[in-house]
Design a protein around this ligand. Structure first.
Ligand SMILES: Cc1ncc(C[n+]2csc(CCOP(=O)(O)OP(=O)(O)O)c2C)c(N)n1
Ligand SMILES: [Mg+2]
Length: 419
């Protein structure tokens, strides 16, 4: 078949093993084809989409704007704290605020989320105080919140692994019969009709990146989710890069087309449009709660900063590309819409800025005052009960530390065995 006769979305970008910048841009275009659900254009013009209607009020827009400004501020503050030696590493979300806030605000309290490591905006929507993120990045804690209580799982660094966990969780929701009840024969008394965040039914949403789609775990998760009609939204933030690997190295088709192969719907949404992300994710979660899952959402967005604070993106991508994406900024388009429509006055914007400054100050003060953890904690919680091997390692480590003049093993807490 000649490439002219092919579905243009299936045309192969000619990307060799060492892609030049021109190839990168060409490849990006090749995987950009396909319908993009967009409600709020980069110029701030609002249109409804027939399949994903949403009631848009000034309060809704102002709330989403506030969320995005505050999480961006936290993100920039954390980045600076890492540069000042207060955090070991930080994973920036800059540019992905709309993709995360739209999805996070679409969730109902009873829904369950499985993040990767970049979902600080979704954490915010799950009522996790930003200071609770700090322990992970300061290297003092595994997670700062109770995943069961917040319905937001621990961050997962192993790429794609959370997709399996989330699929298993969603299969459990199906086996437990907590989907498709509202409005049906088994509807609890007084329950609203199926769907809608007011529903008593549950769904799962899992977050992963474009690069993660190359992992076996993601494939296996989608196969099982389809086979069991599991109530799960696969939410792929395609931020165009997996560290230094561009998305066209991961796929020959737009990522949302992948769902066809598993047998469930796939939607590509403008990931820099918070309203579109909200409307599409609401729809997808409703489908899952009503028993019509799974659904794949590809939020087409861009990672504006480095992969992490350990990365230097100038070594593998063009400044032109980043400059072009600046024009699609997720916060700016909401601000423009609010201003042009006379929906928010200067006092509102000043208020959000003041709140943002206060939050950043509290976040910073909390971080620099965090106590040093006792070194012995690395031996705690390995096993529930005392374990001979762990205790032997604890003793060896205590002896090792005792060999240094400037380490007081007692105050480091290593000698206190028996947890
Ligand atoms: C199984 C596994 N392989 C490799 C890595 C190293 N690694 C960390 S982040 C990353 C890229 C992930 O890219 P993507 O899925 O697009 O997510 P993004 O970081 O862009 O949000 C890789 C390869 C890892 N953490 N886990
Ligand atoms: Mg990526």
């Amino acid at each position: 078949m000649s490439s002219e006769a092919m579905d243009p979305a299936l045309a192969r970008p000619h990307v060799g093993p060492a892609a030049s910048p021109a190839h990168v841009v060409q490849g990006l275009r090749a995987t950009s084809q396909g319908d993009l659900v967009e409600l709020l254009s980069p110029e701030g013009v609002l249109t409804q989409h027939p399949d994903y209607p949403i009631e848009v009020t000034a309060d809704l827009l102002k709330g989403l704007y506030r969320d995005m400004v505050l999480v961006r501020r936290i993100d920039r503050e954390a980045n600076a704290l890492q540069r000042q030696g207060q955090l070991s590493i930080w994973v920036p979300l800059l540019g992905q605020e709309a993709a995360q806030i739209g999805a996070g605000r679409a969730m109902a309290p009873q829904d369950m989320a499985f993040p990767s490591y970049r979902e600080h905006g979704v954490a915010w929507c799950r009522d996790i105080d930003p200071t609770e993120l700090l322990g992970i990045f300061r290297g003092t804690d595994q997670t700062g919140w109770n995943p069961k209580e917040k319905r937001f799982h621990a961050y997962t660094i192993v790429i794609g692994n959370q997709v399996l966990n989330a699929t298993g969780y969603a299969m459990g929701q199906k086996f437990d019969g907590v989907i498709g009840r509202a409005g049906g024969a088994e509807s609890p008394e007084g329950a609203p009709d199926a769907g809608g965040p007011e529903s008593v039914d549950e769904a799962t949403i899992v977050f992963f990146g474009d690069g993660a789609t190359s992992q076996g775990d993601v494939h296996e998760g989608m196969v099982f989710a389809a086979a069991y009609d599991a109530p799960i939204v696969f939410y792929c933030q395609n931020n165009q890069w997996a560290i230094s690997e561009p998305v066209e190295r991961q796929t020959r088709v737009p990522l949302f087309h992948r769902s066809r192969g598993y047998g469930f719907p796939g939607i590509r949404v403008d990931g820099n449009d918070v309203l579109a992300c909200l409307a599409v994710t609401r729809w997808a979660l409703d489908e899952c709660r009503s028993g019509n899952g799974p659904v794949l959402i590809e939020a087409f967005t861009y990672r504006m900063d480095a992969h992490t604070t350990s990365d230097d993106p100038t070594r593998y991508r063009l400044a032109d590309e980043t400059e072009a994406w600046k024009l699609l900024d997720p916060i700016e388009r909401v601000r423009v819409h609010l201003v042009r429509g006379g929906l928010a006055d200067q006092a509102f914007f000043d208020g959000v800025d003041a709140e943002s400054a206060e939050l950043a100050a509290r976040f910073r003060a909390f971080c620099v005052a965090m106590p040093k953890p006792e070194i012995s904690r690395i031996f705690d919680h390995v096993y529930t009960d005392p374990h001979a091997q762990v205790e032997r390692q604890r003793a060896e480590f205590t002896e090792y530390l005792a060999g240094f003049d400037d380490v007081d093993a007692e105050s480091a807490g290593v000698s206190g065995a028996g947890h």
